[in-house]
Design a protein around this ligand. Structure first.
Ligand SMILES: C=C(O[C@@H]1C=C(C(=O)O)C=C[C@H]1O)C(=O)O
Length: 127
């Protein structure tokens, strides 16, 4: 068979190819559903971390908590191992997300410092 030419209909190769195409479409449908679930899960996580960031900024707590992060990473590595997911990948993924969260928390803290009614803020008279 020359390249780019479909095999005759009903041919064993064409049936196998058609089944492979159907399976590929089916699997891609599941991948799309899972990607959508991941986006929704991440959106919910960021809604929570946004509130944590605001709480920390209002109470002058540091944006990052390395002890908490270490506990989460150890836990996620264990969960990944149980789920037959590469724990190094799970760690990298969580670190990526936490890095973004901490960046948001720093931005929220910077905004809080700039607020007129921020606790502890004193007006300085110059001159
Ligand atoms: C959300 C928090 O802030 C930061 C972000 C974390 C996260 O995204 O899980 C964990 C620890 C902190 O470095 C927190 O302190 O709980």
């Amino acid at each position: 068979m020359s390249e780019g030419t479909a095999p005759p209909a009903g041919d064993a190769t064409s049936v196998a190819d058609e089944q492979a195409r159907e399976r590929l479409l089916y699997l891609r449908g599941s991948i799309d559903n899972l990607d959508a679930a991941l986006v929704h899960l991440l959106a919910e996580r960021f809604k929570c971390t946004q509130q944590v960031g605001e709480l920390k900024a209002r109470h002058n707590l540091p944006p990052a908590d390395p002890a908490r992060e270490a506990t989460q990473i150890a836990r996620l590595r264990r969960l990944a191992e149980d789920a037959k997911l590469d724990p190094a990948f799970a760690e990298k993924f969580l670190n990526f997300i936490i890095g973004e969260v901490v960046r948001h928390h720093k931005a929220i803290a910077d905004q809080e410092i700039g607020r007129d009614d921020a606790p502890g803020r004193r007006d300085v008279t110059i001159g």
